[in-house]
Design a protein around this ligand. Sequence first.
Ligand code: C2E
Ligand code: CA
Ligand code: CA
Ligand code: CA
Length: 278
Amino acid sequence: EADKVPERILFYQSSMLNLRTKRVELENDLYKALENDELFLQYQPQLDLQTGEIKSMEALVRWNHPTKGWISPMDFIPIAEESGLIIPFGRWVLETACRQTMELQKVLNKPFKVSVNLSVGQLFQDNFVDIIKEVIKDTNISPQSLELEITESMTMNTNYITPILKDLKEIGLTIAIDDFGTGYSSLSYLKDLPIDCLKIDRSFVQKVTNIEDREPLVDMIISMAQHLKLSVVAEGIETIEQLQYLQRKNCDFIQGYLISKPINYEELVEKYEEIQQE
Ligand code: C2E
Ligand code: CA
Ligand code: CA
Ligand code: CA
């Protein structure tokens, strides 16, 4: 029978198999990456539009694979999620971000805040609140210096998520909703969620080409944040026009290549004064 299968389908099957093998391979490699110090963090500064100061930054994970080179977090985070590796991996990210932020605070003598991205599997593990408490205790970071970024989709089941977020906020840290505007949040439930910050997704910001533009979605998110007394960060700012537009709209913070690309901890220490003055 097999020789009656059209070639096209056979090809399809073999390329699917290929994809699976690659995935398993990457999963094994990711497992080793944790032990072999192939992972590290970069930080992207956030500019306070009111004061022109850098007071916070987002931690972004990087993987330098021994043979494949750089692999994007967009490609390996889903694998970490599916394999369960996200638990040790997520903890490593949290610990490293808190430890390096503490160092940065010492070296630059400023109370920096760090934002850490969370994955679904990480946030929804049974003892996540305890893990956060442990990380804070082990690294000695002040809880006020830590922000956790979750996505809109993680907040969909409000009855389940609300108590978790409340427990986290009780520790003293803050919660941001990442990529805001790309999901389906409705204003009515957003107002009851214990959160502190909205991050406007890059895709909305990138439509702004001059200071006089009208970008209703950006405007709406900012005024929504203001009504709910949340702070608002605009992501993916690449041009001075975008900066000016957001300044005009009283956005609190901006983040993007215009200010700085994500950079290593050492680079941030070096370039800090320069970034801030721009
Ligand atoms: P994200 O949380 O939305 O992070 C912002 C992404 O936009 C980063 O990509 C950053 O490098 C990029 N970016 C920043 N400014 C600009 C800009 O001006 N223009 C453009 N075109 N891009 C800009 P990156 O580092 O590749 O991360 C991609 C995604 O991977 C992140 O999106 C986040 O969802 C996820 N991710 C990264 N690190 C972690 C982590 O430690 N844990 C988890 N769970 N997810 C992570
Ligand atoms: Ca983020
Ligand atoms: Ca984002
Ligand atoms: Ca710059």
